[in-house]
Write a protein that binds this ligand. Structure first.
Ligand code: SF4
Ligand code: SF3
Length: 529
């Protein structure tokens, strides 16, 4: 196997052994490569056949890309079935090619080994494109579930896959596509934001308890708000509580979700702690997206998956969204006999969420006034993925050491390092504001743009610094969006992606001032002097 798409890749180089650090086995990794090769084959087959494309073709591409994101699918059976569906779709588009003797190669799937063994700068740029569109596909998938699609975004997946499969492109041709990934992701995040807010309302700042009440309960993890909505409707009146986990935490802030009585609080911290936190939990856990780790025997019988998430022998809830097996498991396990007071990483018993663009911009006058009066000296966006590396303590320390006259905006699962800290307020505004899931980077962009407009300057001239943490491929497309917007001097950690070659990194550093994190003290000094 060869896989280097995530931050924990073996030796900061690539997973090449019998299985990856994430637990993905070599045969699954190879099947996922075949799946990607089949998607590139499908993209090629669309050329000249655009009028034959259907909603199902685009859905298949989203599913194929989303399936290969880190910690989503470990199941050879479902990956094989998906490859078959993609190949069938290709046959539908170019039926005559399968009988033609000209051997133009159009019926072949792309061999991913060609990419993994390519010149390192070319491999790096194509990886940025491929991993970036995997991230976008996840967001587009969630929007599509709510009925929101966009032709430009759908067509870009085909263009990007086509580009990855072209063996004669150089840096000059690939670089614009890399930045286009960022541009399209911005459109996709905007579409998902519209889908979420039009369906569930604008998030409102909400306090979320970390205490689990006695009695049967279900833990729901991942990013899919539609799954949560279905689960809440199906648990209503059954005496079962529902607790969010990981990236599902911001769901508490949406009016159409928070109105459901079963939604009680949040269980656990970020994804990398699940094997410890789920070990003796008397409740089922439903995974709607990444980040699923291989379930330990101690709790595997309580894990359920849905949508593109899949793991061998784990019960999967299909498209009918009948969560009865999860509900029955919750009733059978019975939950805790008394209320259990859990805390976050720093000992806090509650967290806040819901500071998306609507909520923050409603307080815009207040914020602008506080900046003008000097009460707020600086904004830090400390966001992104969490992960297992010890170096990630940096983010906790950074937030703790940020001066008292600064505001910390955060998003995605990296916030679990510090979201239970009480950082106090400035002029009635909390110093720590959770804007939501990783895709809610869109909120941060909207807020930054509004502040820049209010102060009559560019985003790079604002007293705003970005300190990002990455782990999987959604972080790749978000980073590319920020670069597409021309945002400079982003600090990235805990380590630089293995797939970014020294040559490509030198280019990014020169053009965008992007740099690796160092120590909280040094970085703070660099940012605010
Ligand atoms: Fe390794 Fe990450 Fe790939 Fe898993 S997803 S095999 S940990 S690089
Ligand atoms: Fe986290 Fe897996 Fe990336 Fe959506 S849940 S941010 S790591």
């Amino acid at each position: 196997m060869f896989c280097f798409q995530c931050e924990q890749t073996a030796g900061c180089k690539a997973c090449t052994g019998a299985s990856g650090v994430c637990g993905k086995k070599a045969d699954t990794a190879e099947l996922q490569d075949r799946l990607t090769g089949a998607l590139i084959g499908l993209a090629r087959a669309t050329e000249g056949n655009e009028e034959l494309l259907t909603a199902e073709t685009h859905k298949l591409i989203l599913e194929g890309l989303f399936t290969t994101i880190t910690n989503v699918n470990f199941n050879n059976e479902t990956v094989t079935a998906l490859i078959r569906r993609i190949e069938d779709e290709k046959k539908r588009l170019v039926p005559n090619c399968f009988f033609c003797l000209a051997s133009c190669g159009r019926t072949e799937n792309y061999d991913m080994q060609k990419l993994w063994t390519a010149d390192e700068d070319i491999r790096s740029l194509k990886s940025l494109i491929l991993f970036g569109i995997r991230g976008i596909a996840a967001y587009a998938y969630h929007a599509a579930v709510l009925g929101y699609t966009d032709e430009e975004i759908s067509n870009f997946f085909i263009k990007a896959l086509f580009t990855v499969g072209m063996d004669d492109l150089g840096m000059d041709e690939l670089l614009p596509v890399v930045l286009e990934v960022g541009e399209i992701n911005l459109k996709c995040m905007a579409m998902l934001d519209k889908a979420n807010t039009e369906t569930y309302g604008d998030p409102v700042p909400t306090e979320v308890s970390l205490t689990v009440k006695k009695g049967p309960f279900i833990v729901i993890s991942g990013h899919d708000l539609y799954d949560l909505k279905q689960l809440l409707e199906q648990t209503e009146g059954k005496g079962i509580d529902v607790y969010t986990h990981g990236e599902m935490l911001p769901a508490h802030a949406y009016p159409e979700l928070k109105k459901h009585a079963p939604l009680k609080g949040n269980f656990g911290t970020a994804w990398q702690n699940q094997q410890k936190e789920f070990a003796d939990i008397p409740a089922p856990i439903l995974f709607t997206t990444n980040c699923l780790m291989p379930p330990k025997a101690s709790y595997a019988d309580r894990v359920f998956t849905t949508e593109v998430v899949s793991y061998p022998e784990i019960v999967h809830i299909g498209e009918n969204k009948d969560f009865t097996p999860v509900i029955e498991k919750a009733l059978a396990l019975g939950g805790y006999p008394t209320d259990m007071r859990f805390t976050g990483i720093n000992g806090g018993e509650k967290v806040m969420t819901g500071f998306a663009h609507h909520a923050v911009l409603s307080a815009a006058d207040n914020i602008i006034g506080a900046v003008k009066s000097g009460a707020i000296r600086h904004f830090f966006l400390v966001g992104g993925c969490d992960g297992a590396k010890t170096g990630r303590n940096y983010y906790t320390e950074f937030v703790k050491k940020a001066p008292a006259d600064s505001i910390i905006l955060t998003l995605a699962c990296g916030k679990y390092r510090f979201n239970d800290l009480d950082l106090g307020t400035i002029g009635g505004l909390p110093r720590l504001m959770d804007m939501g899931q990783c895709n809610d980077a869109y909120s941060a962009i909207k807020v930054a743009a509004a502040l820049a407009e209010a102060f009559g300057c560019g985003v790079n001239d604002l007293p705003l610094s970005m300190v990002l943490s990455w782990y999987e491929q959604k972080a790749v497309c978000i980073l590319l969006t920020l670069l597409h917007l021309g945002i400079r001097n982003i600090l990235l950690g805990p380590s630089l992606p293995a797939f970014v070659s020294p040559g490509v990194f030198a280019f990014l550093a020169e053009k965008f001032g992007i740099a690796p994190i160092s120590t909280p003290e040094e970085d703070l000094k660099k940012m605010i002097g």
